[in-house]
Design a protein around this ligand. Sequence first.
Ligand code: NAX
Length: 334
Amino acid sequence: VHAPATVTVTGAAGQIGYALLFRIASGQLLGPDTPVKLRLLEIPQAVKAAEGTAMELDDCAFPLLSGIDITDDAGRAFDGVNVALLVGARPRSKGMERGDLLEANGGIFGPQGAAINAGAADDVRVLVVGNPANTNALIAQAHAPDVPADRFTAMTRLDHNRALSQLAAKTGASVADISKLTIWGNHSATQYPDLFHAEIAGTKVTETLDISPGGKDQAWLADEFIPTVAKRGAAIIEARGASSAASAANAAIDHVHDWVHGTPQGEWTSAAIVSDGSYGVPEGLVSSFPVVARNGRWEVVQGLDVNEFSRARIDASVRELVEERDAVKDLGLI
Ligand code: NAX
């Protein structure tokens, strides 16, 4: 059994927090050998609700849960943190312009990045879930100059899992047999779920589905698969009357678990990480790539052939990230 790890969850009283905390405390985030100390960060008005969730966590008597602290102070929340899950964010309200949204979130993710810089453990890993996730991660990272930039990531794993599920439904395959699918770019409607390298039980999807230009399945790819994955969040809200929560929590667990324990041999996944310039994505942007985790670090899968269809879509999503970065720069948030 390892020493306890400190896991901080922001927005802990929210609906993703409610789906996430019990899974962390039961050992699904870091594995059965790592006890967990939870830190719940909330805004003052929601501290009481977080206390209620903590009472339920107590009542589960999880053997691996070695303590819960609840606070509205970022400095306390991130002191000694090993894994930081930044879930709480400022949602877009009616009539809010993009600049206002970015500014409101800059006021959250800037100070949280600074608190991570000041107090986090040397091995800290940060996953930003709160939207706009990629740019919120960029803002936090910019405020943490002493933390290696590659410790800041944003979540596109839910998009990845949604794409797996849609491809499985189309082909009748099991999700477990699908590999090498990629989400590129921003966690937004411009994201590009790429099937051109995907395999089902080791056979290229392009041998089963004719998704090449002019091919019989190209319309399905462009008009069904891609928009269904990209707009799945809106479809969930429409059906459930609330946004994705359990599936988002599940994706956060998958992301951190793979980051710490490694991705399976011969497979890859998707995560938004700080670009090193790979695939023409400007250095420093937090953009989604095909990635493997090795020795506790994300590495971009290199050498993939990017066709014209993919190039145009990757570029469009990256352009949106550049615009968001330029906007937060102009606002003085980075
Ligand atoms: P909720 O509104 O249920 O919960 C958010 C919680 O964050 C609230 O309890 C609020 O008090 C808290 N909060 C706000 N500001 C805070 C701050 N400065 N410090 C600490 N806590 C703060 O939202 P929920 O459904 O849990 O979603 C959380 C975030 O995840 C949203 O930004 C949402 O857009 C985003 N999502 C991201 C996804 C992704 O794939 N990257 C998918 C799911 C989800 O939509």
